[in-house]
Ligand binder design. Structure first.
Ligand code: AMP
Length: 395
């Protein structure tokens, strides 16, 4: 636990996720949320009397250094967030860099250049990880977004700190949130799984069925379920190769006593556009040429009531094409219901899909218990996979 660790007199090598969006011409940071999110961990280390050597990736450089992916662009934002000056080093390994990181000085903050300027980072090369390890006395991983990758700085480096490796506050909160959903959370536990396709959510749903009381299905995948049960779905998004899987999921849910809410009605449109003509209909009687783009009012009422009667919630994936304002009502109502549960003392985890974008669209992110910072990492976590970045610290 980071809270129980005293960084006094130690150089902390901290892996953060500063993969922030930059203005394409001026390279200024356009959204510093990820930098601010790392502050609790960075400040804890500095307040204890430690020093920081910060490492991160930025973008996807292909062949070595590229100006547009240099972490030097984030220095002003990091300095403003920390209220301290930051020493930027133009590489992350090598004798010259070690020269700068080897002397301890309390309160010193060093930012290393983009790890991915070396292909050894994503390859997880042991020797490269060992070179990174020279920069610190203790290793802290607070980059949840890359925890599902066995990269040098997220996983391999940990082996060089057998007794001094720990999670930062951000990763700790992600792990606690999933543990609460999987085992320690108060019942009833409800998972809301939406989004576009069944195929991308099968592993999550099957992993969750042992852990939840209710499963609410929404989004485009509803129509694969509806067709599988003999419904008419018009031109809605359907994965014909998943019809059997959909039936299988419903059977498994029944066998495990999980009650499934499939939206009984839908808002349908005569085209995939915000301005398309729209009307309400049963989710199993969608005429030809029409497609379901949101859950309907009856379904919304059932979903909200189920959510508001639950104590622990996972929301993964929107209920409809919420990017179109005319088809966002179901998603917005679910977001508000999650907020209401949180206000009543329930636990709400939003993550692993576009529901994060939805909760942000409605400005409600700070009114739920936890909004995950890692899309792909959270998906794999919810699928029950072991994340290498987490295992490396725990083992
Ligand atoms: P995911 O990343 O799996 O959470 O999927 C999110 C995407 O699913 C969003 O971009 C939504 O626009 C899309 N989506 C949700 N409902 C529908 C629908 N009924 N038809 C087509 N796409 C949908």
């Amino acid at each position: 636990m980071i809270d129980n660790y005293n960084f006094n007199g130690k150089r902390a090598l901290v892996r953060v996720d500063f993969n922030v969006p930059l203005n394409k011409e001026t390279f200024e940071v356009t959204d510093g949320t990820r930098i601010r999110a790392a502050l609790p961990t960075l400040k804890k280390i500095l307040n204890d009397g430690g020093s920081l050597v910060i490492m991160s990736h930025l973008g996807r450089p292909k062949n070595g250094p590229e100006e547009k992916f240099s972490l030097k662009h984030i220095v002003p934002t990091l300095e403003a967030a920390l209220g301290k000056s930051v020493i930027f080093l133009d590489d992350c390994v090598g004798d010259k860099i070690v020269e700068q990181t080897k002397e301890f000085e309390a309160g010193k903050v060093i930012l290393l250049e983009n790890l991915r300027f070396h292909k050894h980072e994503t390859a997880g090369t042991e020797n490269f990880a060992q070179q990174l390890a020279q920069h610190g006395d203790v290793y802290v991983n607070d980059a949840f977004g890359t925890a599902h990758r066995a990269h040098a700085s997220t996983t391999v480096v940990a082996k060089f700190f057998p007794n001094d490796k720990l999670f930062g506050y951000l990763i700790s909160k992600e792990i606690e949130s999933v543990e609460r959903l999987f085992s320690t959370g108060e019942k009833p536990v409800t998972a809301i799984v939406g989004g576009a396709k069944v195929s991308s959510k099968i592993s999550i749903i099957t992993n969750l069925l042992d852990k939840i009381d209710n499963l609410i299905l929404g989004g485009g995948m509803v129509y694969t379920f509806s067709k599988a049960m003999g419904g008419q779905v018009g031109s809605s998004l359907v994965e014909d190769d998943q019809l059997e899987t959909a039936k299988e999921i419903l059977k498994m849910a029944e066998a495990k006593n999980v009650s499934v809410i499939l939206p009984e009605d839908s808002i349908i449109a005569n085209g995939f556009s915000n301005d398309a003509e729209k009307k309400e209909t049963s989710s199993s009687e969608i005429p030809d040429g029409w497609m379901g783009l949101d859950i309907g009012p009856k379904a919304t009422e059932s979903c909200v009531s189920c959510i508001e009667n639950s104590k622990t919630i996972l929301w993964n994936g929107p209920m409809g094409v919420f990017e179109f304002d005319n088809f966002e009502a179901g998603t917005k109502a679910v977001a508000q219901a999650c907020v209401n549960v949180s206000a009543q003392g329930g636990f709400t985890l939003i993550g692993g899909g576009d529901s994060v974008a939805a909760i942000n669209k409605y400005g409600l992110a700070d009114q739920v218990s936890h909004v995950s910072t890692g899309g792909g990492a959270m998906l794999e976590f919810l699928e029950g996979k072991e994340l290498p970045g987490i295992k490396a610290i725990q083992s």
